[in-house]
Design a protein around this ligand. Structure first.
Ligand SMILES: Cc1cc2nc3c(=O)[nH]c(=O)nc-3n(C[C@H](O)[C@H](O)[C@H](O)COP(=O)(O)O)c2cc1C
Length: 199
C-alpha cells in the first residue's frame, strides 16, 4: 500500500484556476493554516515564520495592490495578460502572505555566533517548509493553491495596508480556493538522474 502522505503529495499541485466554492468556514481555514505553520520545523526551533491570512475584501485588496504595482512596470501592450493572471488569483477564496521575522534571525545570530551566516539561509528554508506545509494542509481539504512572488515589489504597500512590522520580511504569497480546473500531468526526471542509493 502506498504511503498516504505521498498520495497527498501527489494531489498537491499548483492550481491556477481557483474559485470561491469553499465549504470550510474562515475559522476552520485560519486554524488549519496556523497549525500547519506552527508544526513546521525551524532551525533551533527559532520559529521565524509569520503569516497574514487575507479573506474577503482584504484578499481582493492584495491583488489590487499587485495589479497597481505591475501596471507601473509592465509595458501597456503586455498588460492584458498580466491582468488576466491577477484576476485568476483574485478569483480565489483567500490569500496567505508568508513572512520571516528578521529580528528573530538577528537574535539567534547574536546568541549562536558560530552559525551566524547560516541563520538567514535556514530562515529561507523554514519559509519554504512552512509554505509546503500549508499547501499540503489545503490539499488535504481538497482546496487548490499556488505560490506567487510579487515581493519585493509589493512589500511597502503590504506593510502600509495591514500594518505589518518592519522586521517581517515578505517571502511569498499564496492565493487559494476551490479547484476549478485540474492541472495537466507533471513530468518527472528519471530517478537515476536525481538519486543515488547505497545499501
Ligand atoms: C521556491 C518556489 C518558487 C515558486 N515560485 C512560483 C511563482 O513565483 N509563481 C508560480 O506560479 N509558481 C511558483 N512556484 C510553483 C512551481 O512552478 C511549481 O510548484 C512546479 O512547477 C511544480 O508544479 P506543481 O506545484 O503543480 O507540482 C514556485 C515553487 C517553488 C518551490
Amino acid at each position: 500500500m502506498k504511503n498516504r502522505y505521498i498520495e497527498l503529495m501527489e494531489k498537491r499541485r499548483s492550481i491556477y484556476a481557483l474559485g470561491k466554492n469553499v465549504e470550510q468556514s474562515e475559522g476552520i481555514l485560519q486554524d488549519t493554516i496556523m497549525e500547519a505553520i506552527k508544526h513546521s520545523p525551524t532551525a533551533f526551533n527559532s520559529q521565524t515564520s509569520r503569516a497574514v491570512i487575507l479573506f474577503n475584501e482584504h484578499h481582493d485588496k492584495l491583488w489590487d495592490l499587485v495589479e497597481e504595482q505591475l501596471r507601473s512596470i509592465v509595458p501597456v501592450e503586455n498588460f492584458a495578460r498580466t491582468e488576466e493572471k491577477i484576476d485568476s488569483f483574485r478569483a480565489g477564496f483567500a490569500s496567505i502572505l508568508f513572512f520571516e521575522d528578521q529580528d528573530v534571525i538577528q537574535q539567534y545570530q547574536n546568541q549562536f555566533s558560530l552559525y551566524a551566516e547560516q541563520f538567514p539561509i535556514w530562515s529561507e528554508q523554514a519559509t519554504g517548509i512552512a509554505q509546503h506545509s500549508v499547501w499540503m494542509a489545503l490539499a488535504q481539504e481538497r482546496l487548490g493553491a499556488s505560490l506567487q512572488h510579487y515581493n519585493p515589489l509589493i512589500d511597502q504597500n503590504v506593510k502600509d495596508e495591514w500594518g505589518i512590522p518592519d522586521n517581517w520580511k515578505l517571502t511569498a504569497q499564496m492565493p487559494f480556493g476551490s479547484i476549478e480546473e485540474v492541472p495537466s500531468e507533471k513530468e518527472f526526471l528519471a530517478n537515476e538522474e536525481r538519486f543515488k542509493v547505497f545499501r
